[in-house]
Write a new protein. Structure first.
Length: 380
């Protein structure tokens, strides 16, 4: 009887010793047959069993299972993990540190590339869904996996920067753009991105450095020219901005934003005629351009105010000259009115427009309209 008990004990011990390797083999077979739920169910216990937990094969199989979950189109398999590519990546990383890793190293490197592409595709999907923050993180993960296998993925890193910028995470965006720049990539879009994000971050000195270098490298590039112009405008370097904008006008006669910027610059310099021409051109190119329409109306209002102020400075005996200037001021208000009314239609909530209209209506004796604007202002 004791002999039978001993035999039974030995049989159980052998069964227990081989139990987890058998599960691992079962997981492999389920994976091979595309039954990912069963494969996952059998591989997970192997991660904690002393016989299998420290073997590269265990983690390699687990990485393969999660990779296929990530690539699967079947909802029941997709539901098995919220982040299968991450699980696959971490499993492969673990496998590479364990005994027997060399046997699987080439396969792991190939599969890492697939994981990186998986993260990249997810990043594109998040970008298309306008979830820019998530997209940035996924592109960063893609680049990180590629880096693990010795590949510097310029596209993933740049896209991470772009999405971070769109998510208003300027520091993250700047860090990603700098990685591309410091890796030696010198293209117009890199310079433009670095300039714009540096400017948004309030570092105009860095923005100017990138702009200067970019203009030297690509003197004919339109995007760098405009980015440099934005720096000049931010620094109130109006004459330098105008110099660039005149070049930009010649390069692109169809861009209303350029003509608007030209108008703003001439407006700052007090060149009424040039500002008027530029605003009118911007409106011609984009008839519903609120900023250009409002600014043109405001330009006429300001011109009316300075003309009337000039009239008021005349001595009393110059009544004729006074009336001429007053009539000229009124004509500028007449010019301003339709533009400001159009601006109000485009943006009924803009207080500056309503305040200007109230003033014009009051000057022209249109009490009803002036009262209407006053009521709208009080309601805000």
């Amino acid at each position: 009887m004791k002999r039978y008990l001993l035999t039974f004990f030995i049989a159980c011990a052998v069964s227990l010793a081989w139990g987890q390797p058998a599960k691992r083999t079962t997981a492999f077979n389920y994976l091979r047959n595309g039954k990912l739920d069963k494969a996952l169910e059998n591989i997970e216990p192997c991660l904690t069993h002393p016989k299998t937990m420290n073997e590269a094969k265990t983690w390699f199989y687990r990485g393969n299972i999660y990779l296929q979950i990530g690539l699967s189109d079947k909802p029941e398999y997709k539901a098995l993990s919220d982040n299968p590519f991450k699980e696959a990546y971490e499993s492969y990383q673990k496998a590479l540190t364990l005994e027997g890793a060399n046997e699987f190293k080439l396969d792991i490197i190939q599969n890492m590339n697939v994981i990186a592409e998986g993260f990249y595709i997810q990043g594109v999907e998040k970008f298309n869904g306008q979830d820019y923050s998530s997209a940035a993180n996924l592109f960063i993960e893609s680049a990180k996996v590629k880096d693990e296998i010795g590949v510097f993925d310029t596209a993933a890193i740049y896209n991470a920067g772009l999405c971070a910028e769109l998510a208003n995470n300027n520091q993250l965006a700047l860090g990603q753009y700098k990685k591309v720049y410091e890796a030696g990539l010198r293209k117009p879009n890199i310079y433009t991105s670095l300039i714009n994000v540096s400017l948004k971050s309030g570092d105009t000195a860095a923005a100017m450095t990138y702009a200067t270098e970019g203009r030297q490298q690509f003197p004919e590039d339109f995007s760098i020219l405009i980015a440099e112009t934005n720096i000049f405008l931010a620094r109130n370097m109006t004459e330098q901005a105008l110099s660039n904008l005149e070049i930009a006008k010649n390069l692109d006669q169809t861009n209303p934003s350029i003509f608007f910027a030209v108008g703003v610059s001439y407006d700052r310099l007090g060149n009424f005629q040039k500002a008027e021409e530029a605003y009118l051109k911007a409106i011609e190119l984009k008839p519903d351009y609120f900023d250009a329409i409002y600014n043109l109306g405001a330009l006429y209002v300001n011109k009316a105010a300075t003309t009337l102020d000039e009239a008021n400075q005349l001595p009393l005996e110059k009544e004729k000259e006074y009336n001429e200037l007053k009539n000229l001021a009124d004509s500028y208000l007449d010019k301003a009115l339709p533009f400001l009314e159009q601006a109000h239609q485009l943006d009924p909530e803009d207080r500056n427009t309503m305040a200007s209209l109230k003033e014009i209506y009051a000057r022209k004796g249109n009490v009803e309209k002036a009262k209407e604007m006053d009521e709208k202002l009080k309601m805000q």
